[in-house]
Design a protein around this ligand. Structure first.
Ligand code: ARG
Length: 669
């Protein structure tokens, strides 16, 4: 082993270059932060490895020509241990090319490091990551996978970077869905089914009650919706009547408004059709329509059951504590298969006893006010208040979230709390954060972030559903991904030139890793704030930005070692020199050494797709290297060793990166 301590073996190239620029800028500007953000990896190798683009903005500040400023900064830059002499190009870009010898040394350093050269954060912070957080007693669906998968990556990446992280599954275990199953239990229970398979029976009760409640709600809202549609139709008709004025911009705007109006109308009509269909479904089902008729007040009664639970009614509390473990066991099954664990699972019920105190304190501090009998927090610039107690005395989602902040600060004194929750709750979190920050100075200092994400869509562009119209159950989704992965793995193995190499049992294990990995990766590789279209075929593609491609690249490296009879561990110990004479070797090395900055960038915006993009880049660079640089048949022994070590660092970087994405690798595919 090279004699290097872990701390020396960590390198964030970008941060190091920025440091050098910081020194060079001393005396020229007071605060170089903004300028330093303009030092970045080059888009094109023509412009070197990194480029500083701040001379235009600095020139403006100093009232001097940018090229002059760039030349002066380049001359002040003490960087010749790292880079070739900087070049000033165009209007004042400073192009930096790392010395190939320095890169080779840095690769050796990374090879000798357990952390493949990744630097740790300084100073470390404490994070609470609130993710997954399903409402239990409802079946988990595809929407929950996003929060679970994204949150888990944030947790593990932050931890890898040296931060303290508490993962908290803030389950909904206290809401109306429990009122629903309590009501269902009291009226529709199939006792033998409950005794043999309680979770399924609770799920059935939830669905029955939910449909009946939905039936009456739909009946109630249909007339209002009809009215809205009529209004919208009239508005569109009026818009269509507008005679073009001849003013281009105005006519363009009018046309746009008309299109928007039409699409709103279409959406309203689609909702009406959906409502009407859901009503008809019950009306046409003899069993359900009879139930509906027998329970005309089910909506109100379900709320009453929930309220009784919250008020400590003995019977409902007993039922709740009987149901909860079954519900938790059900979601645990999914977590186990996804390899997800939480440090704590503190659901909404945990905070129940704090809620009255929270409301009183906010009233006392005059942050909350009473409006129409409800207790509200009005925040500046927000259209609606955060309601924390209803007229009838009931507490709300936001009350619990405020109590949760209080508890988390008391318990862990975090620097930041991240909430990985879908974008529809954006307003809620805006209201919550604003209220919390006004509540106490220690909350004002907290970094509170809504890590928002988009919807998973089906081929039709609507939220992903099965044919029967239910949102897709997560378990079935995982099964299908694994089944298809099995096909991919089997086809690949059957086609091997020397015949299949993998046993039936091992194929099944690999399929599980590949299938689950594909599903997670497909989610993570999408910009989290956009919607994305779910596709098994795309996620399992052997080529492209998929986990499968990455896992395959990894397995391919291992197969080189196997074919060459290479003891990679022993080779690593020798600390042989790294040769980067070929551009593909150099390109791969540079990519591998950018892991640290990729992770930092990923966490700066909490965007796992930055990490997937980085790994994709590494895999592509590896592919180019592999095509252009023979490894086992390298021109010399020294080159063979160096290339094997580059393969080793590639495999370890991919493995570590995938591990942070919570995706496993296999040694054979
Ligand atoms: N249970 C909520 C839902 O399924 C998500 C909770 C998110 N976390 C929070 N602290 N509000 O919509």
């Amino acid at each position: 082993m090279l004699d290097l301590s872990e701390s020396q073996a960590r390198m964030n190239i970008l941060a190091e270059l920025q440091n050098r620029f910081r020194t060079a800028l001393q005396g020229l500007v007071d605060d170089p932060t903004e300028l330093l953000a303009m030092v970045r990896p080059s888009q094109d190798p023509k412009f070197g490895d990194y480029q500083a683009n701040f001379a235009m903005s600095l020139g403006k500040r100093l009232g001097r020509p940018p090229r002059d400023v760039a030349t002066e900064v380049a001359a002040r830059l003490a960087i010749d241990d790292l880079c070739d002499p900087p070049e000033v190009a165009g209007p004042g870009f400073i192009n930096l090319r790392l010395k190939t010898g320095w890169l080779a040394g840095a690769v050796s350093t990374a090879l000798a490091s357990e952390r493949v050269g990744v630097a740790t954060a300084d100073p470390p912070r404490t994070y609470v990551v609130d993710y997954s957080s399903p409402n239990v007693a409802k079946p988990m669906h595809v929407g929950h996978i996003r929060s679970t998968v994204i949150g888990d990556v944030l947790k593990h990446t932050l931890r890898f970077l040296g931060h303290t992280v508490i993962s908290d599954n803030h389950i909904g275990d206290w809401g109306t869905q429990f009122g629903m199953i309590i009501y269902g239990y009291k009226h529709f229970l199939d006792r033998p089914a409950y005794e043999s398979r309680s979770v399924e029976e609770l799920g059935r009760l939830y669905r029955v009650v939910n449909r009946l409640v939905g039936y009456y709600a739909a009946k109630e809202s249909l007339p209002k919706l009809r009215e809205q549609i009529e209004k919208q139709r009239a508005a569109v008709a009026a818009q269509a009547q507008v005679v073009p004025s001849g003013d281009k911009a105005a006519d363009k705007n009018a046309a746009k408004a008309l299109r928007r109006g039409e699409s709103n109308l279409q959406e309203l009509e689609a909702s009406r059709a959906a409502l009407a269909a859901s009503i008809a479904e019950i009306d046409h089902d003899p069993h359900l329509s009879k139930l509906a008729q027998a329970h005309p007040d089910i909506g109100r009664d379900v709320l009453a059951e929930t309220a009784k639970l919250h008020q400590g009614d003995a019977e409902n509390l007993k039922l709740w504590s009987e149901f909860l473990p079954a519900c938790l066991a059900d979601i645990e099954r999914i977590y186990q298969r996804l390899g997800v664990t939480f440090d704590v699972t503190l659901g909404e019920s945990f905070y129940h006893d704090r809620l009255a105190g929270v409301v009183d304190d906010l009233l006392k501090r005059k942050i909350a006010t009473i409006s129409d009998g409800a207790v509200c927090v009005f925040n500046e610039g927000q259209a609606a208040p955060l309601i924390i107690r209803k007229q009838d005395g009931a507490f709300l989602y936001g009350t619990t979230d405020l109590a949760t902040i209080q508890y988390r600060v008391e318990t862990w004194s975090p620097d930041a709390v991240l909430y990985v929750v879908d974008h529809r709750q954006g307003l809620h979190f805006e209201q919550l954060f604003a209220a919390a920050k006004r509540w106490k100075p220690e909350y004002a200092r907290l970094e509170l972030q809504h890590i928002s994400f988009g919807t998973v869509l089906g081929d039709d562009g609507r939220p992903f559903k099965t044919r029967s119209g239910d949102t897709v159950g997560l378990w079935g989704l995982l099964d299908e991904a694994v089944r298809r992965a099995h096909e991919v793995v089997s086809t690949g193995d059957d086609a091997k030139p020397g015949g299949p190499e993998i046993s039936a049992e091992r194929r099944q294990q690999i399929a599980e890793v590949v299938g689950i990995g594909a599903l997670k990766y497909a989610d993570l590789a999408n910009n989290r704030t956009s919607d994305y279209t779910f596709s098994y075929d795309r996620m399992l593609a052997m080529n492209g930005n998929t986990a499968t491609y990455m896992q395959y690249a990894y397995a391919r490296v291992l197969s080189i070692f196997a074919r060459g009879g290479v003891e990679i561990g022993a080779l690593r110990e020798q600390a042989a020199a790294i040769e980067l004479g070929h551009p593909a070797e150099r390109g791969l090395a540079l990519s591998l050494l950018q892991f640290s900055e990729a992770l930092e960038q990923t966490m700066a915006e909490y965007r796992p797709n930055f990490l997937t993009a980085y790994l994709f880049e590494v895999a592509n660079r590896y592919s180019t290297f592999f095509e252009q640089c023979p490894v086992l048949k390298a021109p010399s022994e020294a080159s063979r060793t160096s290339r094997l070590l580059l393969c080793d660092l590639t495999a370890r970087t991919l493995k570590q990166g995938l591990a942070l994405l919570r995706i496993d690798v296999v040694d054979k595919m």
